[in-house]
Design a binder for this molecule. Sequence first.
Ligand SMILES: Nc1ncnc2c1ncn2[C@@H]1O[C@H](COP(=O)(O)OP(=O)(O)O)[C@@H](O)[C@H]1O
Ligand SMILES: [Mg+2]
Length: 245
Amino acid sequence: MPHLELRDVRAGYGALEVLRGVSLAVDRGEVVALVGPSGSGKSTVLRVLMGLTPLSAGQVSIDGRPVDFRSRGELRALRDRMAIVFQQYNLFQNMTVMGNVTLAPLRIKRWPRAEVEAEARALLAKVGLAGREDAYPDELSGGQQQRVAIARALALRPEILLLDEVTSALDPELVNEVLDTIRTLAAEGMTMLIVSHEMGFVREIADRVVMMDAGEVIEAGPPAEILDNPRTERARRFFGKVLRH
Ligand SMILES: Nc1ncnc2c1ncn2[C@@H]1O[C@H](COP(=O)(O)OP(=O)(O)O)[C@@H](O)[C@H]1O
Ligand SMILES: [Mg+2]
């Protein structure tokens, strides 16, 4: 049974239907890469999963149990199981690294401070930022700030991590340190749904690739199959463009 499953999900913004029947599944411990042209609906899939964009039809299930998005309790439970990191890391500039990572666990979860701080230190070490607890965001590079954002997401102890183009805003020489962090999480068995245009990285890290175009899944399968032998003309055209970079 998949850890996370979308079945025939439709969603949009007002009269604009953006997801036109999306089905995909992520198994426990699996890394699934969501790829496709800009505007194809990748971010909207993640927004639906965080309960930020309502679905108009279809179903999202966790461990085989359909989520009732009308129930506030179920929505809260869903959000508790996921965490999302965006392209723009949006750290609080007036707070230290430690403050950023511990804010939600302390204020929203009300978990004990000693435990939260110990966990934050461990997470910062994992993302390669041991000893930078007292730094402020503007003292860090973009890659370091994005790694703080990943530690902040992990501090909420999610079961599933959603990453939306987390390296797209970074200078090229800073991309790899963030990819290294994601590699570490994958090796530890974190379930992840990753939107990325870094096709080399997708090929290396993804168990499966799901390609979207115009609000639909048009191909899904192992990276080698999808990236090297796409079945559809639309996928061939897309990979022809991105793989040349
Ligand atoms: N908040 C919004 N309001 C209206 N339209 C939106 C909004 N967010 C995204 N869209 C539209 O939905 C479509 C899919 O967007 P998105 O899911 O962000 O695609 P992707 O992440 O694949 O680039 C685009 O046409 C975009 O303009
Ligand atoms: Mg997007």
